[in-house]
Unconditional design. Structure first.
Length: 105
């Protein structure tokens, strides 16, 4: 088994290592800065799209509400007419029965 020779850390080698570490951190900071900028612009684009879509949905809901309100009003009108007709029929029927009973006696 071969034994590896232990290298000595000289000031020059330590300075080189220090520079490599510093440049690595500098590159990392630059990459993070670029990534933050990219994420910021993407989030702004997504927010803009969402805002536009939500406005479209709100407008569509308003339209549906208006249409539905008109249909409900028409349904109320029809139901009122139906019930008024039924009440009138019942009243006239009872009236006819009362008149018939009175005239027979």
């Amino acid at each position: 088994m071969a034994v590896m020779a232990k290298e000595a850390w000289t000031d020059e080698r330590l300075d080189d290592l220090n520079q490599k570490v510093d440049s690595g951190f500098k590159e990392t900071r630059e990459e993070f800065r670029a990534l933050r900028g990219e994420m910021k612009s993407e989030f702004q684009a997504v927010r803009g799209e969402m805002k536009s879509e939500f406005q479209s949905v709100r407008a569509e809901i308003g339209t549906v509400r208006g249409e539905l309100g008109g249909q409900i009003a028409a349904l109320h009108r029809t139901m009122f007419q139906l019930f008024a007709g039924m009440i009138a029929t019942v009243v006239l029927g009872f009236g006819g029965m009362i008149v018939t009973l009175i005239t027979r006696s």
